[in-house]
Design a protein around this ligand. Structure first.
Ligand code: 763
Ligand code: MG
Length: 214
């Protein structure tokens, strides 16, 4: 039977990346997506901006909404201090299955918890299920019309603290207009746009970094 794109991406990692070397996993995925098949990873250009924000925040507890094949999960985890953890939420079980294998190839299983299901159901359970108090960094990369409702849900569930950083992918393409309007106009956020390009293309896209002010 025909393989899926995530399966072909995983095979490219297993063929071209060194087991236990996260940066070689990131490189292998970027090469696959540039040379063979486009895929919706944050990519190398926006990935550098992601790296700089992660390094600046030095988070101990990270939430990622939208795992896909685990590219940004591996990118973030490879920069975390020893005891730091990422909880990454994926709605599609086939994607989650691939992501777990990409994460294992990178040797980062101990830092990453892949959780399957919808954000609307899991966010209210974060404290009781995973012993999370608040998140230091949230990377939004899931359904674009869920960025705003899930941000409000994170606020309401007390999962954000003064200084929590929200970093949102695709605020231009595909676009998250209601989310942008909210974080740029709400007195509870200080927002900054990092102009870039849609992964592996020349189309404009960017990341929005927003600090929760409490
Ligand atoms: O759609 C995108 N990502 C989202 C995937 C589903 O996420 C579903 N999902 C994942 C956890 C999760 C938790 N709860 C609910 C839904 C939940 C996405 C799309 C594009 C893109 C840009 C231009 C195009 F022509 C076509 C596509 C680029 C990106 O970088 C993206 O991230
Ligand atoms: Mg994205």
């Amino acid at each position: 039977t025909q393989s899926t794109r995530p399966q072909r991406l995983l095979h490219a990692v297993q063929k071209n990346a060194t087991k236990g070397d996260p940066r070689s996993v990131v490189k292998a995925i970027d090469n696959f997506c540039r040379q063979k098949e486009w895929a919706m990873n944050v990519g190398d250009e926006k990935g550098c901006i992601l790296d700089s924000v992660v390094s600046e925040v030095n988070p101990v507890t990270v939430l990622e909404l939208g795992t896909y094949c685990g590219y940004s999960t591996v990118r973030i985890a490879s920069l975390l201090p020893p005891r730091a953890k990422i909880i990454t939420l994926e709605f599609n079980p086939d994607y989650a299955k691939i992501a777990r294998q990409v994460i294992a190839w990178a040797g980062l299983e101990d830092k990453i918890q892949v959780v399957e299901g919808p954000s609307g159901e899991w966010i209210p359970k974060m404290k009781e299920q995973f012993g999370v108090k608040t998140f230091d960094l949230v990377f939004l990369d899931h359904w674009k019309d869920r960025y705003l409702p899930d941000t409000k849900l994170l606020e309401d569930c007390g999962l954000l603290r003064k200084g929590t950083i929200l970093l949102a992918d695709n605020v231009i393409c595909p676009g998250t207009p209601d989310y942008l309007e909210y974080v740029r106009n709400s007195p509870r956020y200080k927002s900054q746009y990092f102009k870039s390009h849609l992964e592996y293309t020349k189309a404009e896209d960017g990341l929005e970094k927003s600090v929760f002010l409490g």
